[in-house]
Design a protein around this ligand. Structure first.
Ligand SMILES: NC(=O)c1ccc[n+]([C@@H]2O[C@H](COP(=O)([O-])OP(=O)(O)OC[C@H]3O[C@@H](n4cnc5c(N)ncnc54)[C@H](OP(=O)(O)O)[C@@H]3O)[C@@H](O)[C@H]2O)c1
Length: 325
């Protein structure tokens, strides 16, 4: 038996229940992993609360990312062997001391990257990679707006966009967060709970506005985000930390300068194994070059998953959080 965090009914953080579970021997194409650290992501709260539809019925083990050591392999697995260090981003099932994973979802960890760093940064780093390099290609000199810049994905976006030569503007919820993002590559900060972020972006960019807005906040930043874009700019709505955008009006894209809008999801970008490997290689390369750092900002015991969710949802965290089994 191993420890895990199960959800039996949708609700607040209190529905995250610490239990003992059985883990079977790996089936064909599977590996069994002893997990050393589990990543905490905002998407985990959407599944816990029922905001996102479950791909199967209740109960389920929460968590969508982890890192650990392979302890057994199923038939047909040739890429991994016991003892390998791996990490993965999966649908659900990651808040556990051990689990089975489809081998084609795992990547080998390069040695400088620890289990904790991988759990803190793999999902968020993959997201930053495809947002900056694939959804829209950020180039030197572009004005880029990152909402919730002090968050897990936000901090990586700031570092990486800065490395690419962009002029990085970040919105944050407090002065402490503003200091943190400045130390992570953000050139200009906006306290969007106090200041009119659209007016500040106009002022900072001398009226030229931005080539792209990365918006993981959703409800409270829409439609202001569209007003931060210059002609033909890209509205990249990649999350809904404040609630989903309802009644998206496509006519606004025409009125505000022939804008583009997209709602990307990690699972589309890494659905093919070749893409998963290309994106993670690019991420590990960026880490190796020092373009981005995979820091652990908050660390909790696995049994304290509810506290981790409470902190994340109440905007009390910065950067990345992990659970340690
Ligand atoms: N599309 C994808 O594939 C994908 C992949 C990964 C993550 N995401 C999305 O990216 C976003 C960030 O994820 P993350 O895990 O890195 O979380 P996070 O940014 O560390 O946490 C969310 C942040 O959003 C801000 N926020 C604004 N309004 C909020 C509200 N009403 N309630 C809570 N937070 C609010 C807070 O920062 P301030 O205090 O500074 O406002 C908070 O710290 C989420 O929306 C997530 O769903 C999407």
């Amino acid at each position: 038996m191993v420890a895990a965090i199960r959800v039996h009914k949708f609700g607040g953080p209190e529905v995250l229940t610490y239990e003992e579970i059985e883990v079977a021997a790996p089936g064909p194409g599977e590996i069994r992993v002893r997990q050393h650290a589990c990543g905490v992501n905002f998407i985990d709260t959407y599944f816990r609360s029922g905001t996102y539809p479950l791909p199967f019925s209740l109960p389920f083990i929460a968590g969508s990312e982890a890192a650990g050591e392979v302890v057994a392999i199923g038939s047909g697995v040739s890429e991994f062997k016991p003892g390998d260090r791996v990490a993965y981003v999966t649908g659900l099932g990651c808040y556990a001391a051990e689990r089975l994973v489809a081998a084609d979802r795992a990547v080998k960890l390069p040695h400088p990257i620890s289990f904790e760093q991988a759990a803190a940064g793999l999902a968020k780093g993959i997201t930053a990679e495809f947002l900056l390099r694939r959804t829209f290609k950020v180039e030197k000199g572009m004005n880029v707006l990152v909402h919730a810049a002090a968050g897990g994905v936000g901090l990586l976006l700031c570092q990486w966009a800065n490395y690419l030569g962009a002029n990085v503007i970040g919105t944050v919820g407090s002065k402490d967060k503003a200091m943190l993002v400045k130390a992570n590559g953000c050139h200009h900060t906006i306290l969007y709970r106090e200041e009119d972020f659209v007016a500040r972006v106009k002022n900072i960019t001398g009226g030229r506005l931005c080539a792209v807005v990365y918006d993981g906040v959703g409800k409270t930043t829409y439609p202001g985000s569209l007003d931060c874009l210059g002609p033909l700019g890209y509205f990249v709505s990649y999350g809904n930390a404040s609630g989903p955008i309802e009644n998206f009006n496509i006519g606004l894209l025409q009125q505000k300068g022939s804008l583009f809008a997209t709602r990307p999801a990690t699972f589309t970008y890494i659905a093919k194994r070749a893409d998963l490997i290309a994106i993670t290689d690019d991420l590990f390369d960026a880490v190796g070059k020092g373009a981005v750092k995979l820091d652990v900002n908050q660390r909790y015991a696995l049994r304290d998953a509810a506290a981790a969710h409470r902190d994340l949802e109440s905007r009390a965290t910065v950067g990345s959080s992990i659970l340690v089994p």
